[in-house]
Design a protein around this ligand. Structure first.
Ligand code: HEC
Length: 192
């Protein structure tokens, strides 16, 4: 009996974690809102709000107990983005990248091209503008010093304790080796 309870709770935990990790699907009524034309200004606000929430959460967690502590809960970072933001606005908001930590965040071909374009623009010293496609709104996510604690160079920016935790939680992690002001990925909002 004890065993069953244990298995059940492990299963529950796994479900909770994967829920946090995957893009939250929207209910039919919410989808309706999403399909009516959304102004680029509103999308810009949603993306900005999402970014702010991301930085706020990370900074707070790091202050509480260092970067390794911020990694503690499945993915403290992705959770508020994909869940509360998606629910709040009835839109699918997610993050995608060419070098994923969480493999479910891998960019598709079109997104990979866009990431490449943004990288070239940074090298050329150009300003990065949002992109709207027939189905999505994208904004680049660019690294700052704070990001490097978990995405920077091993043995330089990322502390050993943090590295160990990353390896434990994300054995196939590709998201290290960044410097400041590099394209880490995109915020993606599904508009259609
Ligand atoms: C405390 C450690 C930590 C810090 C600091 C941090 N991240 Fe992350 N980042 C993570 C973790 C853990 C994941 C995987 C989340 C998941 O499982 O969905 C991640 C995932 C991402 C992703 C999604 C793509 C992927 O690789 O799975 C992007 C984009 C991203 N981070 C950008 C940033 C940016 C930009 C900053 C700085 C503003 C930043 N991160 C700071 C830990 C961190």
């Amino acid at each position: 009996m004890k065993k069953i309870i244990l298995i059940a709770s492990v299963f529950l935990l796994a479900v909770q974690c994967s829920e946090n990790q995957s893009e939250t699907s929207v209910s039919p009524t919410q989808t309706k809102t999403a399909t009516t034309e959304i102004s680029t200004d509103s999308l810009k606000n949603y993306a900005g709000e999402t970014k702010k929430l991301l930085v706020k959460n990370l900074t707070q967690k790091i202050e509480e107990g260092g970067a390794e502590n911020a990694l503690e809960f499945c993915n403290i970072e992705a959770m508020p983005l994909t869940k509360s933001m998606s629910e709040k606005h009835g839109l699918q908001i997610s993050r995608v990248t060419d070098k994923p930590r969480n493999s479910s965040n891998l960019a598709n071909d079109e997104e990979l091209k866009l990431i490449e374009k943004y990288k070239q623009q940074i090298l050329a010293g150009e300003t990065l503008a949002p992109t709207r496609t027939a189905t999505h709104y994208y904004e680049p996510l660019v690294t700052n010093a704070m990001c490097l604690q978990c995405h920077g160079e091993k043995g330089k920016n990322i502390q050993t304790k943090t590295l160990e935790k990353i390896a434990q939680l994300y054995p196939n992690d590709l998201a290290t080796g960044y410097k400041e002001n590099e394209v880490r990925g995109l915020i993606s909002i599904k508009t259609n």
